[in-house]
Unconditional design. Sequence first.
Length: 174
Amino acid sequence: MKRHKAVPTLAATFALFAGASCGARAPLTDDEKLAEVERMSAAVDQRFPDVEAVTVEEVGRLLETGSVVLVDAREPREREISWIPGAITSDEFERDPDAYMDRTVVVYCTIGHRSSEYAQRQAAEGRRVLNLRGSLLSWTHAGGPLVGPDGPTNRLHVYGQTWDLAPARFETIW
């Protein structure tokens, strides 16, 4: 079951109702969702040309060697739902960034925009932080696991309806 935020305006409510009653588009397939994730990731890359990005596959190799620390740049309400196993929060990283100097630091969010902003801020402070290209959405499409407060989970906070692009096996929340 998906939880949605309340629609804020009467006009938005009418538009939502009109779309539902006039033959709204069928849900996207996982392949269509992945294509949209790729399109959005390319837009993030263009918006942040100075931020170095790393793919899910590259992060997988780094995880195998233990040479990476994953930093979750999302809001606490998002992190309460799920995260990549072993990831730390941005607050944890910022308490002692020097503790991770010997590892590759990779930051993520939902699609990569907020994590790119975070990587930019860290670069301004002299730290090399890479952005996980496509972030959690790419991670889940590649089959990457998520954990929540009770262990492995198929729940994912996707920030908002625009980013509701996780594979069908996930329960998305915003």
